[in-house]
Design a protein around this ligand. Structure first.
Ligand code: SF4
Ligand code: SF4
Length: 201
């Protein structure tokens, strides 16, 4: 994917640019587009934009394109980009900020299931202190009634699930991790903090 840059000034949303700079503290204004982050990013090959392109788009105020992009949801928070950046740009902080902003607006069509997937994942971790794969699959299926009508996909998933079960890769019942209560308390505290921040706005 190439971003076309012409010699006319970009008429972007400068409020969006300002908001991202203030909320993320990611120092994206230091970026000089060396492309190092994109070369090391393990998901860039499969997404619409590379990390350096997202930075350029934020600085240009391209709010809609940024908040609907695949990369902000497919970013694995692996920190490879931040570790290699010569200017200490903190791209993971940027991606976190953009995901929060995207949730408040309208995530792109191609990624609409991903925010729901995060919610299901976190709910299970909150209750078990770890992921429970079967519960996660069932939660995802329940959130997509149209998918339940796809008999072929259900049969394929069932066959795959059975193979995993035979190899002891899929537990029927959930297992709580040691100290799961601490994880639950931590998530609760974060939720309360977020709620109080929302109320003071
Ligand atoms: S590595 Fe750093 S300076 Fe280079 S393009 Fe990426 S964010 Fe910008
Ligand atoms: S943190 Fe995200 S953007 Fe950076 S290299 Fe990893 S997946 Fe790519």
């Amino acid at each position: 994917m190439h971003i076309k840059i012409n010699d006319k000034p970009v008429q972007g949303d400068q409020m969006f640019r300002k908001e991202v700079l203030e909320l993320s503290h990611a120092h994206i204004e230091r970026c000089y587009q060396c492309y190092t982050c994109a070369l090391g990013c393990p998901v860039a090959f499969a997404t619409d934009f590379t990390p350096n392109q997202i930075i350029r788009m934020v600085l240009a105020g391209m709010k809609e394109q940024v908040l609907q992009s695949e990369l902000i949801w497919m970013c694995a928070s692996c920190e490879t980009c931040a570790a290699r950046c010569p200017n200490d740009v903190e791209i993971v902080k940027l991606m976190d900020t953009l995901r929060i902003m995207s949730l408040k607006g309208k995530p792109g069509k191609s990624v609409k299931d991903i925010p729901f997937m995060h919610k299901v994942f976190l709910k299970i971790v909150e209750n078990c202190g770890r992921i429970y794969e079967l519960g996660f699959i069932m939660g995802m299926k329940a959130g997509n009634p149209a998918g339940l009508m796809n008999v072929k996909a259900l049969v394929e998933d069932g066959i795959l699930g059975f193979k995993m079960f035979k190899r002891r890769k899929l537990a029927i019942l959930p297992h709580r991790a040691k100290g799961w209560q601490h994880v639950q308390q931590m998530i609760k505290k974060i939720q309360e903090k977020n709620q109080s921040q929302e109320q003071t706005k």
